[in-house]
Ligand binder design. Structure first.
Ligand SMILES: Nc1ncnc2c1ncn2[C@@H]1O[C@H](COP(=O)(O)OP(=O)(O)OP(=O)(O)O)[C@@H](O)[C@H]1O
Ligand SMILES: [Mg+2]
Length: 356
């Protein structure tokens, strides 16, 4: 990566009195202008990483470098970070414009310049004309945009967003996802976005970092994380999967007990015990029940209708598999039906096998 904008190196945080570190030797680098989604279950250390980058708490060990310069010792008010947190923390007694101007006042920006910058920031988030409103008179989405304007107006070195959409309803969330992404692209600001929502991460970020219990499990593009997960944890956290323990019998082939031979994308080392994954939407209904590799004969146990998609739970040799089918006007599988599912070798993933 050419000259990363921010580098986090071996970052550790052990809170006072804690038995285990909350952030455990995390390292990653992010190029200028990219958006990174920090993703993982509750308590895995996402907010703690953001707070260390912002300077709100000190790391126990490790380095944070911005433009090649160590910033761990620089106090929070000198780091020039734009922050948007879950509760927007707007000042309720102030107008929208006053809220946005706050950070500029703190930085002693002259009044005339302030007004211009505020107007520009409000236009950016489509709140132009609402500057004189009180923030209590804004909708949830508008308050969210006000919080973003407030963080952007200072032209931050980094934009740090900690689950900024978590208290919006589903529709507004979708809209705001697009808007935040759009604002980030237009301003070119490097951003780190915390979420535990996989859809949000996949659709918004250039790069995803998946964490578990303080550790970074994998970092990569959405496609790499989804199609070539480094571990079963990552595979299971991002999307649904059918997992099969197997043994490599020849390059590109694995034997799975009760199922038979699975041909997969890649080679593997003959004799190795491995784990393979098939995403539910990559399975197809076979037209015949002939045996062979990459075929799963079983009985439909449960059918869940989801509108565009039908999810089948299928008992295959005592193992429950999930398969997503596109719905159509014709007959669809029903509970009790005996069916055979197939999958292309390219859609069978060797966990930790790299690729994509
Ligand atoms: N001030 C603190 N003192 C002690 N322990 C803390 C403190 N803040 C967080 N922790 C602990 O550190 C771990 C990571 O917390 P953190 O807030 O970073 O998680 P998170 O990934 O942001 O979770 P969530 O998705 O729930 O927001 C948790 O086990 C938490 O209990
Ligand atoms: Mg958090």
């Amino acid at each position: 990566m050419a000259d990363p904008h921010i580098i986090v190196e071996d970052l550790v945080k052990t809170y006072p009195g804690a038995a285990r570190p909350s952030v455990d030797h995390v390292s990653f680098a992010l190029p200028r202008g990219e958006m990174l989604a920090l993703l993982g279950p509750s308590g895995c250390g996402k907010t703690t990483i953001l707070r260390m980058i912002a300077g709100l708490i000190d790391p126990t060990a490790g380095h944070i470098r911005l433009n090649g310069r160590e910033i761990s010792q620089i106090p929070v008010y000198r780091r020039n970070m734009g922050m948007v947190f879950q509760a927007y923390a707007l000042f309720p007694h102030m107008t929208v414009a006053e809220n946005v101007a706050f950070g500029l006042e703190m930085r002693n920006i002259p009044k005339s310049e302030r007004a211009q910058k505020v107007a520009r920031a409000l236009d950016m988030v489509k709140l132009g004309g609402l500057g004189d409103r009180r923030v209590t008179q804004l909708s949830g989405g508008q308050q969210q945009r006000c919080a973003i304007a407030r963080s952007l107006v200072i032209e931050p070195e980094l934009l740090l967003l900690d689950e900024p959409l978590s208290n919006l309803d589903a529709k507004l969330r979708d809209e705001m996802r697009d808007e935040i992404r759009d604002i980030q692209r237009r301003t070119g600001v490097t951003a780190i976005f915390v979420t535990h929502d996989q859809d949000e991460a996949l659709s918004m970020a250039d790069r995803l970092a998946v964490m578990s219990a303080g550790r970074l499990e994998q970092i990569g593009t959405p496609r790499q994380i989804f199609d070539a997960p480094a571990s079963e944890f990552v595979a299971g956290f991002i999307g649904a999967g059918n997992f099969f323990p197997g043994r490599i019998s020849a390059p590109g082939l694995a034997e799975v007990e009760g199922i038979g031979t699975l041909a997969f994308d890649g080679a593997g080392t003959p004799g190795d015990a491995v784990k393979l994954m098939v995403r539910p939407h990559r399975l197809k209904l076979a037209q015949d029940a002939a045996p062979g590799p990459n075929r799963f004969a079983g009985q439909v146990e449960k059918v869940t209708y989801r509108g565009q998609i039908l999810t089948l739970a299928v008992d295959v040799a005592g193992r429950r598999m999930l398969a997503d089918m596109h719905t159509h006007a014709g007959a669809l599988p029903q509970t009790g039906d005996r069916i055979t599912l197939t999958v292309a070798p390219v859609d069978v993933t060797l966990i930790g096998g790299g690729g994509a």
